[in-house]
Design a protein around this ligand. Structure first.
Ligand code: UD1
Ligand code: UDP
Length: 353
């Protein structure tokens, strides 16, 4: 069995770090990095800190508008997929690299396997929602992290090839020990601080929303550590919001490696985030989680009381943190999602071979 896996953005490096080693026990894997993320702290740091094989192809696509970035990826992927002609193309999550990989493969009649299929925020203004919906409709294998994801697909008429495997991120999270050095380095005693991340286009590109969120972070009842995504850093400069982060209460740091991030998620008093992966992980740690969005594709975190949606308005964020009780219910471990996916791919390959 030959598999081409396509990655290119931070959460995809992390997912590939757990899937690729197992996949390589069953298949010849060709790894393509689109180069959507290229800053050392968004890409190289994961190749070095996690066991991700070096990519066979590095497309160096870089940043651009959605159309230009996705278009460049399609142009670069087309000849590679034609040459490699794999049995499967594996794509992860909901980024432009995901959609480009799925589209390039399906145009060449190569079956697509989508890891993290079926998630829906039902907000089509999110570029990620468009990527998810289109990728799921192109995929032949849809590996769902949750039962809700399976149901979302069924509502769109997709039932064939759907497998409930769990979230591959859980596997890595479970086997990653703390790095106590990060708490010492940042001078953050356990349970004395909040961890925040903000990078969604709908928040960062709206000056009012970004202002509200940053102001609320500065007024939380704990010191806050904020590993800053380059997109957010650029928008803070563009909208002249620097004064809001130059406050003693906020510790602004560069994006950090996976083990350091997981350690902060576990030792924080609270996590405030608009990230999909971070909200999942913080809940897994049993840390009270406040989602800086109006909706989430991980709805079961809200239903179980592990997280609350607090939106992006200043008073709503502070009110949620002060009055809403959340967290303290770590997610239980599941059967191995990675084996579930890889063995299903192998079965699909053998039945067609
Ligand atoms: C992308 C994904 C998002 C995911 C996130 C993970 C899409 C549409 N969005 O968002 O779903 O949650 O990755 O972190 O695919 N930039 C740099 N250096 C880099 C990469 C980006 O400075 O290495 C800056 C550029 O100005 C760029 C901006 O960040 O224009 C946005 O980057 P992009 O890859 O388009 O989207 P993300 O916001 O990173
Ligand atoms: N992450 C990291 N360092 C950081 C911020 C996040 O290692 O500075 C990890 C985080 O633990 C999670 C993943 O990146 O595993 C989430 O990626 P991101 O928030 O960029 O994207 P999303 O999940 O929202 O698509």
């Amino acid at each position: 069995m030959k598999v081409v896996s396509i990655i290119g953005a931070r959460p995809q490096y992390i997912k590939a770090a757990v899937v690729s080693p197992v996949l390589r026990q069953y298949a010849q894997e060709v790894l393509i990095d689109t180069g959507q993320h290229y800053d050392e702290k968004l890409s190289q740091i994961f190749y070095e800190g996690l066991t991700i094989p070096r990519p066979d192809y590095d497309l160096h696509v870089g940043s651009g508008t959605h159309g230009i970035q996705t278009g460049k990826m399609l142009m670069a992927l087309d000849p590679i997929l034609e040459k490699e002609h794999p049995n499967w193309v594996v794509v992860y999550g909901d980024t432009n690299s995901t959609l480009a990989g799925a589209l390039a493969a399906s145009k060449l009649n190569i079956p697509v396997a989508h890891i993290e299929a079926g998630l829906r925020s039902f907000n089509r203004a999110m570029p990620e929602e468009i990527n998810r919906v289109l990728t799921d409709h192109l995929a032949s294998k849809l590996y769902c992290p949750t039962q809700q994801a399976v149901e979302n697909l069924a509502q769109e008429g997709i039932t064939e090839g759907v497998v409930l495997c769990g979230d591959v991120m859980d596997v890595l999270w479970d086997k990653t020990p703390d790095n106590p050095d990060v708490l010492a380095r940042l001078k953050l005693p356990s349970k004395s601080f909040a961890l925040a991340t903000v990078h969604r286009q709908e928040t960062t590109d709206d000056p009012e929303k970004l202002r509200n969120v940053l102001k609320a972070l500065g007024d939380l009842p704990w010191p806050v550590v904020l590993p800053l995504h380059p997109r957010t850093r650029q928008r803070i400069e563009q909208f002249h919001l620097q004064a809001l982060i130059d406050v003693p209460h906020l510790q602004i740091i560069e994006p950090i490696g996976y083990q350091d991030m997981v350690t902060l998620e576990r030792h924080a008093q609270a996590v405030l985030t608009d990230s999909g992966g971070v909200q999942r992980e913080a809940c897994r740690a049993g840390t009270p989680t406040y989602i800086l969005r109006d909706e989430t594709e991980w709805t079961e975190l809200i239903e179980s009381g592990q997280a609350v949606l607090c939106g992006t308005r200043y008073e709503h964020i502070l009110d949620a943190v002060q009055h809403q009780r959340v967290g303290n219910r770590p997610t239980l471990p599941l059967a191995d999602p990675v084996r579930c996916i890889v063995e299903d791919l192998q079965r699909g390959y053998t039945s067609h071979a």
